[in-house]
Design a protein around this ligand. Structure first.
Ligand SMILES: O=C[C@H](O)COP(=O)(O)O
Length: 295
C-alpha cells in the first residue's frame, strides 16, 4: 500500500502539506539528493506533526516528563512540531509546567477514566477527567467501559460517554475503544456510539492490551467514521495507538487514512498517532532513506 502511494509523486503532491517549507527542511537533511527521497522525508515530517508523543509508564516521574517536553521543544526548534504530549493525569501539572516554561503552546493530553482498564466507579472516572482538565489538559483520552460494550449495553455506554463529554467541557475528547478487548468487528463498528455521544476522535487502544492498533480493525473504525460523516456531515478523527514503533509504520498509517478518508483527515485535528517509542524524528531519516528496499 505504501509503495503504491508514496512513490506516486502525483498522488503525494495532492496532499496539502506545507510543501515548500517542508521540502526546504527536507532538503537540508543530509543525503536527500533525489526528489523521491525529499518527498519521502516530507511525508515523514508530516507524520511527525500528527504524533501524540506519549509517556504512560508506572515509573513516570516529573523529570522524565520534563525530558520528554525538552525533546519536543528541540524538534520544535528544528522546525517540526508534534501534535501533543500525552501523559497520565498525575503528570499533567508537570507537562503543563515544562511547556509553559518553554513558552510552548503545545497541548497536553491526558488519559483518564481509569486508564487503561476503566474498571473504577463511574464517579471516580468522571472526577479524574475534571481534575485533568482543571490541571491544564486540553485533550482527554478516555477509555470505554468494555463491560458494557461486550454485553451489548450500547445505550448505557452512550450515556456514560455523554457524561465524559460533559466533564471534558471545552477539552478535546478522544475515546479509546480498546479494540483488543471488544471481541468482534461488529462491536468495533458499533464505536459509532462513541461518535454519537460527542467524541472528537475514536482511538484504537491504550497500548496496554495484548492486541492494539491493527490494520484490519482500523479499516472497520475508519469506515465507521466515514459512514458517520456521510450520515451527519460531522468529521470525527482517528488515532491508532499501541505498538507503533517505526517511521515506516507511521507512513503506512498515513497511507491508510489517505486511501480511506482522504486529504481532510491528514492533519492533526483529525488524525493522530499515539506512540511512546516511535523513532519518527529528523535523526531517523538517514537510516530509513538509505534503505532502498523502503520504496
Ligand atoms: O497512546 C497511548 C499508547 O499507550 C501508546 O502506545 P505505545 O506505548 O505502544 O506506543
Amino acid at each position: 500500500m505504501l509503495c503504491s502511494c508514496v512513490s506516486d509523486l502525483q498522488w503525494v503532491s495532492k496532499v496539502r502539506v506545507n510543501t515548500q517549507a517542508v521540502l526546504k527542511r527536507a532538503q537540508q537533511i543530509q543525503g536527500l539528493k533525489t526528489p523521491k527521497k525529499q518527498w519521502q522525508a516530507a511525508w515523514l515530517l508530516k507524520a511527525v506533526t500528527c504524533i501524540d508523543l506519549t509517556t504512560l509508564a508506572g515509573d513516570d516521574t516529573p523529570s522524565n516528563v520534563h525530558r520528554l517536553c525538552l525533546k519536543l521543544m528541540d524538534m520544535h526548534n528544528k522546525g517540526v512540531t508534534t501534535a501533543a504530549v500525552c501523559v497520565y493525569p498525575a503528570r499533567v501539572p508537570d507537562a503543563v509546567k515544562s511547556l509553559k516554561a518553554a513558552n510552548s503552546s503545545l497541548p497536553v493530553a491526558s488519559v483518564a477514566t481509569g486508564f487503561p482498564a476503566g474498571q473504577t466507579p463511574l464517579e471516580t472516572r468522571l472526577q479524574e477527567v475534571r481534575l485533568a482538565v482543571s490541571d491544564g489538559a486540553a485533550e482527554i483520552d478516555i477509555v470505554i467501559n468494555r463491560t458494557l460494550a461486550i454485553t451489548g449495553q450500547w445505550e448505557a455506554l452512550y450515556d456514560e460517554i455523554c457524561q465524559f463529554r460533559q466533564a471534558c467541557g471545552d477539552a478535546h475528547m478522544k475515546t479509546i475503544l480498546a479494540i483488543g478487548e471488544l471481541g468482534t468487528f461488529t462491536n468495533v463498528y458499533k464505536s459509532l456510539v462513541a461518535m454519537m455521544a460527542g467524541s472528537d476522535f475514536i482511538k484504537t487502544s491504550t497500548g496496554k492490551e495484548t492486541v492494539n492498533a491493527t490494520y484490519p480493525v482500523a479499516i472497520v473504525m475508519v469506515r465507521a467514521i466515514r459512514d458517520y460523516y456521510l450520515s451527519t456531515g460531522h468529521k470525527v478523527g482517528f488515532k491508532p495507538a499501541g505498538g507503533i514503533r517505526t517511521a515506516q509504520e507511521s507512513l503506512l498509517w498515513l497511507a491508510l487514512i489517505k486511501e480511506e478518508l482522504g486529504d481532510d483527515w491528514l492533519h492533526p485535528h483529525l488524525f493522530r498517532l499515539g506512540a511512546s517509542r516511535l523513532r519518527c524524528c529528523l535523526l531517523c531519516f538517514s537510516d530509513l532513506l538509505q534503505d532502498d528496499q523502503f520504496i
